[in-house]
Ligand binder design. Structure first.
Ligand SMILES: NC(=O)C1=CN([C@@H]2O[C@H](COP(=O)(O)OP(=O)(O)OC[C@H]3O[C@@H](n4cnc5c(N)ncnc54)[C@H](OP(=O)(O)O)[C@@H]3O)[C@@H](O)[C@H]2O)C=CC1
Ligand SMILES: N[C@@H](CC=O)C(=O)O
Length: 415
């Protein structure tokens, strides 16, 4: 082939970003690939929207028109929902096209099947953009998994949620105004419920699980909490105590079992995620040889996401097919450590006596807010006794209760 012919499915924030980047970085692409890249077709849903696309590019609502093109080499997929994306990518692979996707919902559920099909067809699958926007976390993990046993991953995986929490704290914006701004900037999902209720971070975490552990936990068993319950009042109070809300996705393997959770936590100033602000994501990876590494960068938006997709283009075209299969042997044995240790929590809407009666050390921060030191078992016990309105946020990083000074664990997946 003397030119790489590509089609882009979807021309929203991400699809348009890929299109523009291929135009603006043609020289770099040609240097990396030894040939130019040409976008020959774009699939959209609404044929009446006006778009800035060169006239020689086929713009269509019919996928068959794209599959009927001669010499199509690569499909970039940037549409929404599991279907029709999954079907389109299966068809593309069957036709011998490399595929590159940003669609985490689809890849969370169908990624392994696409990888298996691609291996048979000897084509590549790029999915860097499906997790943490512009951060090269997939490539990094693939690089690490040859010898290291990665034992745990935790991080901020949703840019919209982090952006909203930052705007609320820094600008005193309402939740709704901050979300509207995230949508305006192209960070939010087409259905922003995916961001604010935690599903988007869950999809990403499950993609990482598949890559690192070669399996996913029972998807229905994973606790998913979003950021919708967090109020300006709580954010301000936490700030006075040197704590910030972060939406944390974490997974670890203990005694052959995967423990995953997606939930807001409070992090103290000593924690690596404390300064991760705005649309940034950060992913902390623990490997038995490397120790802890944290990658931070923009987790959403037009160009960071396009960056991940065009870098994937170079990888899928340069690497022999099949090389990207998941590392099923990864992460053998992780020792149980301190799951039942006491840790710190911000608890609101609870009576002081309930904490005292449960034998929990606490300090009153404001009328109905307490910082408490409790084991997960004690928290479970409290939950059984109260009426369901109490809110519990784990505090991670260094935190002091009264005169005590203690390093808490990086949050465990039970948080
Ligand atoms: N926004 C971001 O920062 C990031 C998004 N992603 C993922 O990338 C994908 C795209 O996101 P984003 O660009 O923000 O979304 P947008 O809502 O901005 O754009 C979606 C695009 O897909 C097209 N589309 C939707 N359904 C269909 C369909 N059935 N057939 C053909 N075209 C369709 C729409 O067409 P039309 O224009 O005609 O309405 C639109 O062009 C999603 O899966 C998202 O999760 C991943 C990383 C970051
Ligand atoms: N809506 C997502 C986009 C990137 O994956 C986010 O905000 O993180």
């Amino acid at each position: 082939m003397s030119v790489v012919n590509a089609a882009i499915l979807g021309f929203g924030t991400v699809g348009e970003g890929v299109y523009r980047t291929i135009q603006s970085h043609q020289e770099e692409l040609e240097a990396a690939l030894g040939k130019p890249v040409k976008v020959v077709a774009v699939l959209v849903k609404n044929e009446h929207k006006s778009r800035e696309i060169e006239t020689d590019v086929l713009v269509t609502t019919e996928i068959e028109e794209i599959f009927n093109l001669p010499d199509l080499h690569v499909i970039f997929e940037a549409i929404v929902d599991k279907e029709p994306s999954f079907t389109y990518l299966k068809q593309a692979i069957a036709k011998g096209c490399h595929v590159i996707t940003a669609n985490k919902e689809m890849f969370c559920y169908h990624g392994q099947e696409l990888l298996d099909l691609a291996q048979k067809q000897r084509v590549g699958v790029g999915y860097e953009a499906s997790v943490a926007g512009g951060i090269p976390i997939i490539q990094t993990l693939q690089q690490l998994l040859n010898i290291n046993n990665v034992t745990a991953i935790q991080g901020i995986l949703n840019g919209t949620s982090n952006f909203i929490l930052t705007e609320m704290r820094e600008q005193k914006q309402s939740f709704e105004a901050a979300l509207a701004l995230a949508q305006q900037k192209g960070y939010a999902e087409a259905d922003p419920g995916n961001d604010i209720y935690g599903c988007d971070a869950f999809y990403k975490l499950m993609i990482l699980s598949g890559l690192v552990f070669g399996e996913q936990p029972d998807l229905k068993s994973v606790k998913i909490n979003g950021i919708t319950g967090i109020t300006l009042e709580q954010i301000e109070l936490a700030d006075q105590w040197g704590l910030r809300f972060k939406h944390l996705a974490s997974i670890e393997k203990k005694q052959e079992r995967l423990h995953a959770s997606v939930t807001p936590v409070l992090v103290s100033q000593s924690h690596p995620l404390y300064h991760v602000e705005g649309v940034d994501n950060a992913v902390n990876v623990t490997g038995d040889l490397v120790g802890d590494i944290t990658l931070q960068g923009p987790g959403a938006g037009m160009y960071p996401t396009a960056s991940a997709m065009v870098e994937d283009l170079v990888h899928v075209l340069q690497k022999p097919a099949g090389e990207k299969a998941r590392n099923k042997a990864a992460s053998k044995i992780i020792k149980e450590n301190g799951e039942q240790d006491a840790s710190y929590w911000l608890v609101s809407n609870i009576k002081q006596e309930q904490l005292s009666n449960a034998g929990i050390d606490f300090e009153q921060l404001e009328e109905s807010f307490f910082a408490a030191k409790a084991s997960p078992a004690q928290i479970e016990q409290l939950k059984e006794q109260e009426d369901g309105t109490t809110v519990y946020y784990p505090i991670v990083g260094t935190f002091e209760l009264k005169n005590e000074h203690k390093e808490t664990h990086l949050i465990g997946a039970h948080g």
